[in-house]
Every structure is written in C-alpha cells, then in structure tokens.
Design a protein. Structure first.
Length: 234
C-alpha cells in the first residue's frame, strides 16, 4: 500500500487500516520530519512500513519516491492519493479569473501523475487499485472555496472516470468525498487551538479512522467508485 501525502490525520489512518489487512505500507510525504514517529506507530501494530521523501507537485521527485517504494517492497498493489488541499486557491468564485482557474486545475496534475506511475503495473497484473480523497465542494456548491471547488470536481471526475476505464482490466479506482474537518489533521489542530477565531468545531469533525474504514470498504467491495461523507449538513 502506497500512501502519498502521509499526514497525522487521514493518511496515517489509511496506512493503519490497510496494514491491519496485511498490507506492507510505503509512506511518501514532502518532508521526513515526522517519518520516524509514523514508522514507530506502524511498527507498534505489526505493520511492515518504510517512508520516502518526495513532493507530489514535483514530477521528478514523485517518480523517484515511487520507484524507491517499489524497489523496497518489490511491487505496489494499491495507491492512495491524499495531499492537503491548497488553501491559497480559496476565494469568492465569482471573482475567479482565467489565470486563477488555470492554477486551480494545475493542482490536479499531481494526482493524475501519481496514477500514471502505478497504472501500468496494476493493469499488467490485473489487480489492485487507486484511491483518492477529495472535498465536498466537488458535489455541493461552496462559492467561498473558489478555485478549490474546480480542483475538487476535476479530481473527483478523474477518479470516477478512471474506475470505468480500469474495471475491464480488473483494477479499481475510487474516491472518498469529504465534508468536514478531519481529526488529528494539521488543519483541525490549528483550528482547535484557536477557539476564539473558529468557535466550536466539534460538530463538523470526522474521525479519520472511520474515514479510512470507508476507504477500505470502497476498495475491498469494489461496488462503488465513490463514498460521500458530510459532517457539514444542517
């Protein structure tokens, strides 16, 4: 199991969930500062894991990291793509111009690049899968998110369409569409530390372990290309 965008929230929960099913886990993130803690946590539960450094936005770094993970474990069976959203893309969508739209859509490129590095191996074996995590603005109008909504919609469409393309080869693709703050994640931590600014966020939080379980079931059952989890509904 290859986890790209490994973080303390959903990324690590996905690593633990697949590790529980017997998968070895390769973690990739742009900084190695937390790798030691991540690997210790996985080792404590009996998961064989290794970590590699690579920026998803840099194609050369991404390729090197994926190749290193493949060399270390011998093969990659499942890839999870979950780098943090680029909050700089947020803003009133009615003020978005062509340049902003181009920047937003460019943020989807790393996800496609990641998939392209794994698809040949997966289709050759006729098994495995690709999993993506995206935001609720891909299916629910959220004007304040601006370019983020474009990016989320594009990534969601890519994952669902990719599933249709890969199914005949025996390979799964799917996405979890998330509306809410993910506990233990960096954004959740920052907001929780500033209650005067953000107020009570407990009603809109989601347990990453529950989300990881949903991701596992998407892959294991293969019946649907998407699960929508919304903690923001009134």
């Amino acid at each position: 199991m290859l986890v790209l965008g490994a973080g303390p929230g959903l990324g690590m929960s996905v690593a633990h969930r697949f590790g529980k099913e017997g998968y070895a886990v390769a973690l990739i993130s742009r900084s190695d500062k937390r790798h030691s803690d991540y690997l210790q946590a996985l080792d404590a539960t009996g998961v064989d894991a290794a970590a590699f450094t690579g920026d998803a936005a840099d194609p050369a770094q991404l390729r090197v990291a994926v190749d290193a993970a493949r060399k270390h474990f011998g093969r990659i069976d499942v890839g999870y793509y979950g780098p943090a959203a680029m909050m700089s893309l947020a803003g009133d969508i009615s003020t978005l111009d062509g340049a902003g739209a181009e920047e937003a859509l460019r943020s989807v490129v790393p996800g496609v690049e990641f998939a392209s590095l794994l698809i040949p191996e997966l289709t050759e074996r006729g098994s495995g899968g690709l999993l993506f995590a995206g935001g609720l603005s891909s299916v629910v109008p959220m004007p304040a998110l601006g370019g983020l909504a474009l990016a989320a919609a594009a990534l969601r469409n890519y994952a669902i369409t990719l599933n249709a393309a890969l199914q005949p080869a025996g390979v799964y693709a799917g996405t979890i569409t998330i509306g809410g703050l993910i506990e233990r994640g960096d954004i959740h931590g920052a907001m929780q530390a500033n209650p005067d600014l953000f107020g009570d966020i407990s009603a809109s939080t989601l347990n990453p372990d529950d989300l990881a379980d949903t991701i596992w079931r998407l892959y294991a059952e293969g019946a649907s290309a998407e699960a929508v989890i919304n903690a923001l509904a009134a």
